[in-house]
Design a binder for this molecule. Sequence first.
Ligand code: ATP
Ligand code: MG
Length: 409
Amino acid sequence: MRTYKVGGAVRDRLLGKPVTDIDWVVVGATTEEMLAKGFRPVGSDFPVFLHPKSGEEYALARTERKSGRGYGGFTFHASPEVTLEEDLIRRDLTINAMAEDDQQNLTDPYHGQRDLEARLLRHVSPAFAEDPLRVLRVARFAARYAALGFTVAPETLELMRQLSESGELQALTAERSWKEISRALMEDQPQVFIEVLRACGALKELMPEVDALFGVPQPQAHHPEIDTGAHTLSVLEQAARHKQPLTVRWACLLHDLGKGLTPEEEWPRHIAHEFKGLKLIKAVNERFKAPKDCQELALLVGEYHTHGHRALELKPSTLLELLQSFDVYRRPQRFEEFIAACEMDARGRRGLEQRSYPQVDYLRGAATAARSVAVQPLLEKGFKGPELGEAIKRERLKALKAYKETASF
Ligand code: ATP
Ligand code: MG
């Protein structure tokens, strides 16, 4: 039996990038032999094992055939006769279909190295079309390697387009899609992920609410880039540049969905888009079963981002309502993430990337002022129940009035 490093480990070593996890393929072995060597089996679908010491993944060389719709519709065939070349041909991209033995001898039947040099993301074989998840994977790799100059090969993009048109993307489970989406959003250039999905028609299938923003104008005075889709991509780009967490990036992507619902007669204005967008944000959240913190922040940012921009003009009572909506007293971190999303929204506009945005410090100060109201003295005065709640609110309002008068912005 022979073992080879495969996939990302080979690709990233050739690119001179750090290799984090190593995947191995084993040729010429049976399940029984693997178990006899102390490998631990993983799951039941594939012949995959964990190394008894390193814990790394070792998969028996296998071939696949599509036998139905979706990812469940695959039959696998693993046996000691399956060759390395046969295993590599079922992989998604040529740059992911190289193998290396312990002497660093490369097996590269589908010219991955050539495509690495040409900076091309190219599918290995027409079997690419058998798993629609690959559309998202290619877009994710495009986002990751855009800075190195990688693009999607035209014939691969064409295949992705056919796959998107076929409706097969609808067969993906929320879990598989979210895993790709969340990883892609955390790449250095997440906006490229959305651009590639749009270029092959997958965005329309997966997130029609985001796709609808392209071609929708906004007032030039606030948005020199005009187009709402272009703006959304810039906001995402800023979020990555400022190393924002996934929650903020997800909220950035969805914050303006309501603008896609504005009747053309009202363009370029978008009255009440914050509120109108909520049902769309909810739909996208649920479609991909996004984690609770991502869902919550996206809805709050959707509803309140304009408040963030107008922070310095808000009346103390409106400021208080904003802080209450975020439950800033128990969830200070979530309010920080809201402020960050507003800042990214403000910077994701052409030529305004470096603008000053005092709203960040102002809102932070307001939160501190409201949170500094102590409950103990009110308890001592005898307030309880709903009256106590009202008294706390009054004190917080007083604190915010004082803050607004004294804060120098
Ligand atoms: P990463 O750095 O993101 O881990 P990777 O290339 O190692 O990148 P993995 O998801 O770890 O990606 O998968 C390992 C290898 O398995 C890939 O390089 C690819 O050859 C193959 N692979 C994984 N998922 C698919 C898929 N859906 N279709 C085809 N090949 C796949
Ligand atoms: Mg990997």
